[in-house]
Design a protein around this ligand. Structure first.
Ligand SMILES: [Zn+2]
Length: 151
């Protein structure tokens, strides 16, 4: 087998009626969120009713994909399913103001710092899906710099 064509082993997301739009968008490399059509607040994680005004109306909006790291750990026991090495798991506060638990990639665990700027990327899973993960924000003033090489 060709090393560069390694099949993904990470588990695919579990779809629910409320969250399907989020995961379908991620597979298309879009980071989206529900936004209340009545009060304008973001609704995350996906849910049927706005916790602020109880509206059931929503818009699906694409987010900046940027945020900062608030905390992070490396779970080593029990061994995470679908990973060769334990992933770094972090709490990311998005620029839109809500928090998401995700994996932090492309940086050594020891080099992560509090409030480090990150941007969304998409990791392949089994069943041809993708899930959002976060990596250190590339320098915005240097848009010509190459994005990190593949594996
Ligand atoms: Zn609302």
């Amino acid at each position: 087998m060709n090393e560069t064509a390694k099949e993904p082993t990470q588990l695919a997301p579990i779809l629910t009626l409320e969250s399907k739009f989020f995961w379908d968008a991620a597979t298309k490399e879009q980071f989206v969120c529900e936004k209340c059509s009545d009060c304008g607040q973001f609704r995350f994680p996906p849910r049927p009713m706005c916790p602020h005004c109880h509206s059931v109306k929503r818009d699906i909006v694409e987010l900046s994909g940027k945020g900062k790291v608030l905390s992070w750990i490396k779970p080593v026991h029990p061994k995470p399913i679908g990973f060769d090495e334990p992933p770094t798991v972090g709490v990311i506060e998005t620029d839109e103001g809500f928090r998401i638990v995700s994996n932090i990639i492309d940086i050594a665990y020891e080099d992560i710092t509090f409030e480090m700027p990150v941007e969304v990327a998409f990791a392949p899973t089994v069943k041809n899906k993708k899930v959002p993960v976060f990596r250190p924000l590339s320098n915005e003033n240097d848009s010509l710099s190459p994005v990190g090489g593949e594996g």
